[in-house]
Design a protein around this ligand. Structure first.
Ligand SMILES: [Zn+2]
Length: 194
């Protein structure tokens, strides 16, 4: 039953949504990219030029143990992360819901979260005027997860994958499969070659 509900919630067929966000230097072209994109070929649409710090807001459904486990998954694939900060209730960035630069912020769903469609969602902010290799530079990301599902297998790993620039893929057993029940821990194609 749980799987059926998850499948219904996580099968997200809509195309990717591109929105302009934040008021930044007008010379930059920041883009906000929102999960999901669902396709048969694995694609990466951005990358970081330095290990992102992790900011876990107070009340986030993800505890440190769960976070470490998810980061381990990606570290084994060659990705590195900066400092992990567990925020107090007074933490400014969490309180005003603004993601600091060079940071992946993890929090509960905000106003725009599509309850009933997703259990988790990730936005990445990309500077399309700057590149790391051939890809636009990601300079911050925000992961939101419904509280009751924070500990569920693979959801956090999947969302961190988006924060690292990967899109959803239609491949059974793959960590980046957008439908939870069709996903798994397969990491084919995700190794960080840099
Ligand atoms: Zn996804």
């Amino acid at each position: 039953m749980k799987q059926v509900i998850l499948w219904a919630l996580l099968a997200h067929p809509e195309p990717g949504v591109f929105l302009t966000v934040d008021t930044l230097d007008p010379n930059l072209s920041p883009e906000e990219k929102v999960c999901p994109v669902d396709q048969s070929r694995l694609e990466r649409e951005g990358c970081w030029n330095q290990p992102p710090d992790i900011l876990v807001c107070q009340g986030s459904p993800v505890d440190r143990r769960r976070l470490i486990r998810a980061l381990d998954y990606w570290q084994r694939l060659g990705y590195t992360f900066g400092t992990i900060t567990e925020a107090s209730s007074a933490q400014y960035s969490c309180a005003i819901n603004v993601v600091p630069r060079s940071t992946i912020m993890i929090d509960i769903p905000s106003q725009n979260f599509q309850f009933g469609k997703h259990l988790g969602t990730t936005r990445t902010w990309r500077d399309t005027a700057q590149y790391c290799g051939t890809m636009p530079l990601i300079f911050k990301a925000k992961i939101e997860i419904i509280p009751a599902w924070g500990d569920t297998e693979r959801i956090l790993e999947h969302e961190i994958g988006h924060a690292l620039g990967w899109n959803d893929i239609n491949s059974t057993g793959h960590i980046m499969n957008g439908a939870w029940s069709s996903g798994g821990y397969t990491s084919r194609g995700l190794r960080n070659d840099k």
